[in-house]
Design a protein around this ligand. Sequence first.
Ligand code: UTP
Ligand code: MG
Length: 592
Amino acid sequence: MAFYTYILQLQLGGLRMARILSYLKPYRIAVAVALLLMLTELVVELIQPLLMAKIIDKGIMQNDLQEVMKWGGIMVGASFAAFAAGVINSFYAAHVSQSFGFDVRKSLYEKVQSFSFANFNHFPTSSLITRMTNDITQLQNTVFMSLRIMMRAPLLIIGGLGMAFVVNVKLALILSVVAPFLFLFLFWVMGKGGSMFKEVQEKLDAVNSVMQENLSGIRLIKAFVRRKHEVKRFTGTNKDLRDGTIKALRLMEVTMPVLLLIMNLCILGVLWFGSIQVNTEGVKVGEVVAIVNYATRITAAFSIFSWIIMAFSRARASANRVTEVLETEVDLADLWDSRKDLTVNEGKIEFTNVSFQYPGTAEMVLEDISFKINPGETVAILGATGAGKTSLFQLIPRLYDVTGGIVKIDGHDVRKMKMENLRRKVGFVPQEALLFTGSVKENISWGKEDATMVEITAASVNAQIHETIMNLPQQYDTRVGQKGVNLSGGQKQRLSIARALVRMPKILLLDDSTSALDMKTEAKLLGALKEYTCTTLIITQKISTAIEADRILLLEDGKLLAEGDHDSLLKTSGLYKRIFQSQSGEENRNYA
Ligand code: UTP
Ligand code: MG
């Protein structure tokens, strides 16, 4: 097993492989059995030319039918043994490779689940999908192949050479001069192929990325009549992939004829030199036949080898891409000294001199922000697009860490709380409502796994979506998303609000979640929210929504410009007054 791993590592290049290969450990017995069976096949293959030589020299040349029968029988028996070994080997190889793939995929999936928002910014979704599917399949196939035939190829070459020496030293020398050069040649090809296939995999990423964007934005593309443009963009990346793959395959295609040419010349040499020896030095015909037979088998092994090298070059690229994800450091985790006993009880929120910039960017998105929100208070956050409202929200459930300052909930730094405890008490309604494939009921109870029907209905009533749901074909059991009904933007928003409400959160964060609602429905919703004993933050661009809140925070360019209720802001903030006037239809008069 250790030897097998070592060889595999050598082939795949680099110690980084060790990480992927360690996934084979649980299957070491199955690997050992598979390798043993493979060795059985190999031994049979190696002794076959020898048996053939015996049939020729002892049987056919001496006209002795008995000997022909005897050696022929052994040959048939050995072949059957090899056949049986091959079938069972396949069984084990499939078991090991599939389980290996399953395990790697599982780890990768779990890793991605633990990713922070910042990590996701680093890996595009399409690339993660390619890694989880295509790259792992590549690795899986390589493990299967290596257990089934890969290891046989180099061993057959070495063993074949050895056996040739047993048969006839002088003739074997011809073979052994050529073999090392071919080995070196193949290793060179492998190095070259590795980097080429890495590029191929990246191009596949690009194709997947364009495809994903196209599929998710298909309605927009149609609405903007941008089909031609998108087709062109897709064709471009697709062409890139094709050209890259062809370039890499071409290297492999040249490899094969070169190999065959050299080996066939070598066989010619054996035949020529062998016939001289048969005539002058009494070398047996069977021996020459056996050596030629070894040479053809070695040739076949070399050609399998070159094909395997291609698979390995691809696998190496894939292995690197998979380990890259596995080795990514999740930058947002529970700190070692985070306190288990802390949860959100009241919902007091306190920002002290908070500044924030997205990891890997240079621009400050929030600067020196300080405010306090008391438990149960409803606060509106008002600001132009790009002002930093969503960014500010994300700091509360610690989706990102602050760059400077402190965010405190109930008097405790959020970094000191266990993320699960913190997030469990926060109801977050993101700016873009997202529904999962499943029933309406499932989508709402997604916010609280053990929610009862009463809780689900109550949340829906308060989110002002109950009536709409009752008008759907199967009410709460209606499927939404794939193969289900499509909901309007406003309906989706309210469904996401119901999902947040069913958790009975201590802190409710609504990110522009009422933007698609008419005034009347919105007013009802805001009224219903008052029933909940939770601190509510509402991001909005509408003054009419902000007026309903106890307090308003006015954000501009990442800075907290003003805070207070509607009346006091009208007096103290020029910007607020301007927004108010523009939204109450007084814009024209103002600028006249
Ligand atoms: P926000 O997303 O916080 O703005 O981005 P906002 O106030 O919510 O805007 P609307 O109303 O939804 O449109 C604030 C700044 O942060 C940057 C953006 O470029 C923007 O200038 N940003 C946002 C990033 O750098 N990275 C992100 O992942 C998101
Ligand atoms: Mg936003």
